[in-house]
Design a protein around this ligand. Structure first.
Ligand code: PGA
Length: 249
C-alpha cells in the first residue's frame, strides 16, 4: 500500500473543500489502481472539523498538521491537543515537520507529541530529515537515526507510525535527491529500524520534498518507498491527481 499525503501548511479557506472533493471523486473513479494506495489531506486546523465531517467514510482521509505535546485540555493559548483532534473524527496527525522544528520544536517536544497522539489512538506521520549543512558534512544517517531514537520508543504501538523522510534542503526548493541516493537512504533507514526495534515491525517510509507530477517519475522506481508527503503540489487537485496518475502510468 502506497501513501499519497497532501500537507497544505498554512493554506486553505472553507471553499477549498472543493479541492478535496475533486481528489475524492478521482479516487472513486480510479478503479484500476485505487486499492493500491491511500490518500490523506492535511488542511490547517481551521478546516479539520468541516473536512472530517464531509469526508467521513469516504476514500480520502483527513489529517491534522500538528498537535500540542501534552494534556487533553489546558491553559495553552492557541494550541490544539491530540485528544481534541481525535474528537473531530480525524485519525492522522503530522508530527515533527521541519518547519516546526525550525521554530523551536525539539526532539523532546516531538517525543511528547508522539506519545500524546498514540494515547489518543491517532496515526502519526512522523517527519525526519537532515538540513543542507548536515548533508554536506555527510551526517545524514547520523541525524536521521538520532531523530528516530530520540522520539520512538520500543514499547510504542509502532503500527500507528509512518515515517516521512523529508530532507530540509529539498522542501519547497525544487531540489530533489538523486533516485539512487534516496533509495540508499531509505534502505539504510529501514535496516536501522529493523535492528533497533528488533524486527518487531515493518515501518513504512515516505519521501517528501518538492514532489510534483514531474519529480514523481524519478521516485516511482524506488520500490522500498511507501509513498509521498506532498506540500506545494497538494493545494491543486489537478497537480495532486497528476502525481498519482503519473505514479501508476
Ligand atoms: P513541498 O513540501 O512538497 O512543498 O516541498 C513538502 C513538505 O513540507 O511536507
Amino acid at each position: 500500500m502506497k501513501y499519497f499525503i497532501g500537507n497544505w501548511k498554512m493554506f486553505g479557506i472553507p471553499g477549498s473543500i472543493k479541492i478535496v472533493d475533486r481528489i475524492n471523486n478521482f479516487l472513486n473513479k480510479d478503479k484500476k489502481n485505487n486499492k493500491k494506495y491511500k490518500t490523506i489531506i492535511a488542511p490547517p486546523h481551521t478546516l479539520l472539523q468541516n473536512f472530517s465531517h464531509k469526508f467521513k467514510n469516504k476514500k480520502i482521509s483527513i489529517s491534522a498538521q500538528n498537535c500540542f505535546h501534552k494534556d487533553y485540555f489546558g491553559a495553552h493559548t492557541g494550541s490544539i491537543s491530540a485528544f481534541m483532534i481525535k474528537r473531530l473524527g480525524v485519525n492522522y496527525v503530522i508530527i515533527g515537520h521541519s518547519e516546526n522544528r525550525a521554530s523551536g520544536e525539539t526532539d523532546y517536544i516531538i517525543k511528547e507529541k508522539v506519545f500524546s497522539a498514540l494515547k489518543n489512538n491517532l496515526n502519526i506521520i512522523f517527519c525526519i530529515g537532515e538540513n543542507r549543512l548536515e548533508k554536506r558534512k555527510k551526517l545524514t544517517l547520523k541525524v536521521l537515526k538520532k531523530q528516530i531514537v530520540n522520539v520512538l520508543k520500543k514499547n510504542y504501538n509502532l503500527k500507528k507510525i509512518i515515517i516521512a523522510y523529508e530532507p530540509v534542503w529539498s522542501i519547497g526548493t525544487g531540489k530533489v535527491p538523486k533516485p539512487d541516493e534516496l533509495q540508499k537512504i531509505v534502505i539504510l533507514i529501514k535496516k536501522f529500524l529493523k535492528s533497533h526495534f528488533k524486527n518487531k515491525h515493518n515501518f513504512k517510509i515516505l519521501y517528501g520534498g518538492s514532489v510534483d507530477n514531474k519529480s514523481i517519475g524519478n521516485f516511482k522506481l524506488i520500490k522500498e518507498l511507501d509513498g509521498f508527503l506532498i506540500g506545494g503540489a497538494s493545494k491543486s487537485s489537478k497537480k495532486f491527481i497528476d502525481i498519482i496518475r503519473n505514479f501508476y502510468k
